[in-house]
Write a protein that binds this ligand. Structure first.
Ligand code: KIV
Ligand code: ZN
Length: 525
């Protein structure tokens, strides 16, 4: 078996696949999926526990907030390589990325530049020779910060083959240790991607000393297929995201790649370090943080992924699960929703439960407030499930901001306009407001506008149930837009209108944070 030496991983055997997660960078930069620093830290710890090899934590030069989150993840998260993105040739990019990942156990700088004729001419307005020069300079500069340097040919799949080979050769000569060839626009077929990687391996001197990497977007629904074919053509790093989130139609989904590797060892005899039993937990955590659930038929983590509706299928599964199940639900973390605590449960039991669910880091105040809300919920709701606790604690974690929900009373019906009486706590003081509206949610949102004057437009309002039954908690997402800034807020409560108000208040708080940030330079990646 052949192997290569890598600055972060040491000797890598030929059957080892490096799982590179970019949920916090490519995933986070897609509209509506932004996360705050605390949320990113929680995700990063959970990704480390999942066993990913590399966490791409953000794009440090994009804004002070991005820089801080990469820096904090680099300092706090142990296990995976922590990577910061930088433009090859961008002003300050490499220095900012280098500073941001400095505290990591194993830091990586990932620099990229477009190489396709279309991108060079219209986006970069650069000649190919200038791009080649920047590749050399950029990778040499990155190597001054760390030995683990990745270079990407943006729009690589639409790059002219000879030029692509020259670029890859320049990057390797300048010190890149991982070479990533993305299908940035999701245009390639599995055969295209396999041919590109075979060509690079055959034609580029030094390609056998670096890790080749695939990064596929899902515009034609081919991202995972392109990743699998790239592996078969010699790639040993796959870039992917939880739930497949990412620019436009998203990136290749981590859970799908990993389960394809596990389930089809006969065709894909590669090893990785992912604890697949954690996959569902990560998917749910991300959905709760971003407010976007996966579709029910989503492979591996969708609600119906292991549900058998037709009688013939149910009969088969009861006789032998292998008749219709190619993997077990337990292998990706599905278990029956468990009844967890009742209204007589004490704080110690609640704290133990939170620890078991991965919420070890809650401070005393946050724990007390979450416990208070749990007791309140247990009084109102017959059965409290794990999912209810997740919604409640996430809601509490979000609630530490300038504006806080106080109380709400709404009168609504078919005879007259709905009326809402609302109390918000704004900068520590109680503010009351009364408003009417076209239905209870409209009245409640009008009351928020009257309590806290603002111009933001409401552009999305969506409600889903956390669990089943009429006493289930509603989970609401609210999107606000103001001067080109867009934020999403989430809220949960057994009362749908309270859940909506919590979501609105969460979005407003995010907007206030965004207003305070300097406008990030327009960047593309
Ligand atoms: O899709 C893309 O090309 C990227 C690069 C920055 C790797 O995200
Ligand atoms: Zn991408």
């Amino acid at each position: 078996m052949s192997s290569i030496d890598h600055p972060s991983f040491g000797r890598i055997d030929d059957d080892r696949v490096i799982i590179f997660d970019t949920t916090l960078r490519d995933g986070e930069q897609s509209p509506g999926f932004s996360m705050n620093i605390e949320e990113k830290l929680r995700m990063a710890h959970a990704l480390a526990e999942l066993g990913v090899d590399v966490i791409e934590a953000g794009f440090p030069v994009a804004s002070p907030g991005d820089f801080d989150s990469v820096r904090r993840i680099a300092e706090a998260v142990r296990g995976p390589v922590i990577c910061g993105l930088a433009r090859t040739g961008g002003r300050d990019d490499i220095a900012r990325a280098g500073e941001a990942v400095r505290g990591a156990e194993r830091p990586r700088i990932h620099n990229f530049i477009s190489t396709s004729p279309l991108h060079m001419k219209y986006k970069l307005r650069m000649e190919p020779d200038t791009v080649l020069e920047l590749i050399t300079k950029g990778n040499e500069a990155a190597r001054r910060y760390t030995d683990d340097v990745e270079w990407s040919a943006e729009d690589g799949s639409r790059t002219e083959p000879d030029f692509l080979c020259r670029c890859v050769e320049a990057a390797i000569k300048a010190g890149a240790t991982t070479i990533n060839i993305p299908d940035t626009v999701g245009y390639a077929t599995p055969e295209d991607m396999a041919a590109i990687f075979r060509m690079v391996r055959e034609r580029v001197p030094g390609a056998d000393r670096v890790i080749l990497s695939a990064h596929n977007h899902d515009d034609l629904g081919l991202a995972v297929a392109n990743t699998v074919s790239s592996l078969q053509a010699g790639v040993r790093q796959v870039e992917c995201t939880i739930n497949g989130i990412g620019e436009r139609a998203g990136n290749a989904a981590l859970e799908e790649i990993v389960m394809a590797l596990r389930t089809r060892q006969d065709a894909l005899p590669f090893r990785n370090n992912i604890r697949t039993e954690n996959l569902l937990k990560l998917s749910r955590m991300l959905a709760t943080i971003t407010g976007f659930d996966v579709q029910p038929n989503k492979a591996i983590v969708g609600r119906n992924a292991f549900a058998h509706e037709s009688g013939i299928h149910q009969d088969g599964v009861l006789k032998n699960a292998a008749t219709y199940e190619i993997m077990t639900p337990e292998s990706v973390g599905w278990t029956k929703s468990s009844l967890i605590l009742g209204k007589h449960s004490g704080r110690a039991a609640f704290r133990d439960k939170l620890r078991a669910m991965g919420y070890g880091e809650l401070g005393d105040n946050q724990l007390n407030e979450a416990f208070g809300r749990f007791k309140d919920l247990a009084d109102r709701k017959k059965v409290v499930y794990d999912e209810d606790i997740v919604a409640l604690v996430d809601d509490e974690a979000r609630d530490h901001a300038r504006i806080r929900f106080g109380s709400l009373e709404v009168v609504s019906g078919s005879r007259r306009p709905a009326r809402a009486e609302l109390t918000l706590e704004i900068d520590g003081g109680a503010v009351d407001a009364v408003a009417t509206g076209d239905g209870p949610v409209d009245a409640a949102f009008n009351a928020i506008r009257s309590a806290f004057n603002h111009e933001a437009r409401l552009t999305l309002y969506s409600v889903g149930a956390v669990t089943e039954g009429t006493d289930a908690q509603a989970r609401t997402t609210v999107r606000l837009e103001e001067n080109g800034k867009m934020v999403d807020g989430q809220g949960a409560d057994t009362d749908t209108v309270v859940s909506a108000v919590r979501a609105y208040v969460h979005a407003l708080n995010k907007l206030l944070v965004k207003r305070a940030r300097t406008a990030p330079e327009a960047l593309s990646a």
